[in-house]
Write a protein that binds this ligand. Structure first.
Ligand code: SME
Length: 165
């Protein structure tokens, strides 16, 4: 795939994401449809899902939400566990080029080689995250990061609207 084609692909998927956002009546529907869209359109996104902080849980706990792909053994993750816990506790995007070299990694599938986790913010606080696994090494380029961060931002905005209404 040429660089130009890959830019076109990101632009096309972003437009699909915008359309989905406009057409989804609730944040939950948007999140569900978004996981499907990303897994269908982005060929290296083999597992796409949300983990959301459980309200009031002590210690804080991430719980598996809408997802596409094989069922994972990790349905609840503490903030001191996994790439997911690290992204939620730091509030920063984490891209792992090769999960075999990251001691934090919690295995979801033996086929996974790379992963990106992007926090979702609601009113400035981490409310959850968008987690994507790939069977390919270093699957997540700067363009992918931009796309996934864009999706996470839109989800945060939709959740904010529901919190304030
Ligand atoms: N790999 C994640 C766990 C979630 S599964 O990938 C779906 C982690 O290390 O936190």
């Amino acid at each position: 795939m040429s660089a130009a084609t890959s830019t076109d692909k990101f632009r096309e998927v972003r437009q699909d994401v915008d359309r989905l956002n406009a057409e989804s009546p609730t944040a939950a529907q948007f999140m569900d449809r978004l996981t499907r869209l990303l897994q269908e359109k982005m060929l290296k996104y083999n597992w796409v899902g949300f983990y959301m902080l459980e309200p009031g849980a002590q210690p804080p706990m991430l719980a598996l939400g809408h997802f596409q792909g094989a069922m994972t053994p990790h349905t609840r993750i503490q903030l001191n566990q996994g790439i997911c816990g690290a992204a939620a506790s730091s509030g920063k995007t984490i891209v792992v080029e090769d999960v075999r070299n990251d001691a934090r990694y919690l295995a979801c599938s033996i086929e996974t080689r790379s992963e990106i986790v992007v926090p979702v913010f609601v009113h400035g606080q981490v409310a959850g995250e968008l987690d994507i696994d790939s069977h390919f090494l270093s699957a997540f380029t700067a363009g992918d990061r931009e796309l996934v961060e864009y999706c996470a931002r839109l989800v945060g905005q939709r959740l904010e609207q529901e919190v304030s209404s």
